[in-house]
Design a protein around this ligand. Structure first.
Ligand SMILES: [Zn+2]
Ligand SMILES: [Zn+2]
Length: 124
């Protein structure tokens, strides 16, 4: 697996919260809102603290600012990008069918996957 400076979380995503399907917002790492070291997306719903980034997948942060640690959301992170080895995120379903689409969060990666099928693709 290659880890390079290009392997970063895109700021252009609209990941859905794994608990309430709320669209999550980008937060830089080490900020007042995001006590983790790395940039992540944060669900803004009341009482919900779910975050996503491509390194940790869906998680919540515990601990103090500067000493925060990520705990996985149980059962949510199931598929990694075969190109980057990073966790996929859920995206709003644009189909009429109730399928969940997952995409890689790494900038410019076009890998996608539809849950409950064997279908996967890389958009060209
Ligand atoms: Zn949420
Ligand atoms: Zn990828």
């Amino acid at each position: 697996m290659m880890i390079s400076s290009e392997n970063v979380l895109s700021r252009q995503l609209k990941p859905l919260c794994s608990r309430d399907n709320h669209v999550m917002k980008y937060e830089v790492g080490g900020s007042r809102a995001n006590t983790g070291h790395f940039a992540s997306y944060h669900c803004g719903s009341a009482g919900c603290s779910v975050r996503y980034n491509s390194t940790a997948g869906y998680h919540v942060l515990f601990g103090m600012p500067g000493h925060a640690y990520a705990v996985d959301e149980p059962g949510v992170n199931t598929v990694k990008c075969p190109i980057h080895g990073r966790w996929l995120y859920r995206r709003k379903n644009i189909d009429a069918e109730p399928r969940v689409r997952w995409f890689c969060g790494v900038e410019d990666c076009r890998y996608g996957y539809i849950a409950n099928t064997k279908y996967e693709w890389v958009r060209g």
